[in-house]
Structure formats: structure tokens, C-alpha cells
Design a protein around this ligand. Structure first.
Ligand SMILES: [Zn+2]
Length: 290
């Protein structure tokens, strides 16, 4: 049974406490901004070196060498994609929640995709987004979120009275990584992490804080493009939710493939060099207790 809410009376100064102005948790002014004009110029004359079609309700891995560009393209119909990124040696993985803390709940051009501790460095920089016109809609929702983690068979099992469904993004990503790197499923699963929800339209209810989704505004031809700052292995799942307008974690939604294209520029972007690993010395104050 849910507890009565609220269980506690508000104090006399509740109003003034609530009226304290918020501040931004992580101002990013100190971060060097990406040189977008140089990145865009590097696209002139680029050559496509690979193309991967991700089937509906499945995932595929792809390599993006440092200094190359990658596009995730909508084809055939509206479809959401769940993206994982690792360093090519699998020692670093995309850090969805810190990326959210730094850049906000939804990503677009100019935002970085940061790696996990202890390297915490840009793995990729978003260089183009044909859905940047969407902004935040009247319900407070936007596209390309770093809030939704990924659909998975464990949550589905809890919420569907023991259901067993094998084509959630979590399982699709696990199978794709296991195949790409010849890993047992359990080792691959441990490397799968919270995603960038490409093309998904999401937000939170202002009343209850619940996670909301609506049909993605993506249409065939739309794409999200990023520049690889380090050698990357990517995995993309074409979510069983399709456009994620109603359902996920089942075969009921209309689903479409997604296309991944990788491009090699003629020359590296002017002034670009691969980012160093994070400068923290990792001593953590030592073992002496104060
Ligand atoms: Zn999914």
C-alpha cells in the first residue's frame, strides 16, 4: 500500500524555502568548447568507409576510428535507437549520467559523450542533428535523451508478471557485443551500459516526476552525427518500441531498421587532437583516516 502523501506538515517557512533560486550543478564554461566550424569543414570530401544496417528489434556493432565521423540515419520509418559506446579496447564506456549532469537531459550539436571513471574524457562530439529544430515541446519533452537507460528484460519481467522477452535493447546490445568481440553472453552483458536514446522523445511529468515518452518526430532521412574523439566500438539497437509512442518490450510496435554510416575525412579537423585521459591523480586522499 502506498503511504499517505504528504505524511509531514510543511514548516511555516515552506514558501521561502521553495523560492530559493536554483543554480546550475555543473557549469561547463570551463570546458574548452568543440571547434564546430573546424569539425564541419573536415566533412568536405569525406569518404564513407562502412555502412551497417541494424535490423528491427536487434542490434549491430560498428567501429569508428578516432578522427572519423559517424551518422545514425532513420530509414523506412520512425524508429528509436539505443546507443552504447566503448573505447576500442573496451576499457572505457559511455557515461550516460555524467553526460546528463554536464549537458542536460537531451543532447544535440556541440554536446560531448563522456567516458566513465577514471578516464572521464570526451569519447565523441555531436556534430549535427537534423532534429535540433524540435527543442522542448509543450509537454516538456525533447529528443536524444540520456535519462532512459534502455529497455531491458529484467524490468519487463517485474512489470509483466514474470514475462520473458528477449529483444529488449539490453539483450540486443548484449548479443551484438558478444558476437562482435567473441565474448560469452554474461561478459558482454556486464559491459552493456546506460545509453544515448537516439531519436527518442522523452521527458518527466512536472506533477509526478514520472518518465514520459511520445512518438518520435524522426522521419526517414533524419540523422544524428558524431565525431569520434578516440577509437570507438559502437553498438546500436533498433528498439522494439519502434517510435516509442505507445509500447516497448514486446513485438507489438511497428519497427524499422536504422542505418549507421562511418566517414573518413580527407584530413583531421584543424587543431584537433585526441583528448587526454582525466587529470585527477587517483590517490583519493590516501588510506589514512583523518
Ligand atoms: Zn529499447
Amino acid at each position: 500500500m502506498k503511504p499517505e502523501f504528504p505524511a509531514h506538515d510543511a514548516p511555516d517557512d515552506a514558501r521561502s524555502r521553495r523560492q530559493i533560486a536554483p543554480v546550475i550543478c555543473y557549469p561547463v564554461d570551463a570546458l574548452p568548447p568543440p571547434d564546430l566550424p573546424a569539425l564541419h569543414k573536415a566533412r568536405d570530401g569525406w569518404e564513407q568507409i562502412s555502412e551497417t544496417l541494424v535490423p528491427p528489434r536487434d542490434a549491430r556493432c560498428f567501429d569508428v576510428p578516432a578522427g572519423h565521423f559517424c551518422r545514425i540515419v532513420s530509414v523506412e520509418g520512425p524508429q528509436v535507437g539505443d546507443l552504447n559506446l566503448w573505447s576500442a579496447d573496451l576499457s572505457e564506456r559511455f557515461f550516460s549520467s555524467k553526460t546528463r549532469a554536464l549537458h542536460g537531459t537531451h543532447l544535440s550539436t556541440g554536446d560531448r559523450l563522456w567516458s566513465s571513471f577514471p578516464t572521464l574524457r570526451p569519447m565523441a562530439t555531436i556534430t549535427d542533428d537534423t532534429l535540433d529544430w524540435y527543442g522542448f515541446d509543450g509537454d516538456g519533452l525533447s529528443v536524444h535523451d540520456v535519462i532512459g537507460s534502455r529497455c531491458d528484460p529484467y524490468t519487463h519481467n517485474l512489470l509483466s508478471d514474470g514475462g520473458q522477452y528477449h529483444h529488449c535493447c539490453h539483450s540486443n546490445l548484449t548479443r551484438a557485443l558478444a558476437k562482435a568481440r567473441d565474448l560469452p553472453l554474461d561478459r558482454a552483458e556486464a559491459l552493456v551500459h546506460d545509453v544515448l536514446n537516439v531519436f527518442m522523445c522523452t521527458g518527466f511529468s512536472r506533477q509526478t516526476g514520472q518518465y514520459l515518452m511520445k512518438a518520435s518526430p524522426v522521419r526517414p532521412g533524419d540523422y544524428l552525427e558524431f565525431f569520434a574523439e578516440i577509437d570507438l566500438l559502437g553498438a546500436l539497437s533498433a528498439c522494439p518500441g519502434g517510435d516509442c509512442g505507445t509500447l516497448h518490450s514486446s513485438d507489438q510496435a511497428a519497427c524499422h531498421p536504422l542505418l549507421v554510416q562511418v566517414f573518413r575525412p580527407v584530413a583531421a579537423p584543424e587543431g584537433w587532437r585526441a583528448p587526454d585521459v582525466n587529470g585527477y591523480d587517483r590517490s583519493h586522499g590516501g588510506l589514512q583516516h583523518r
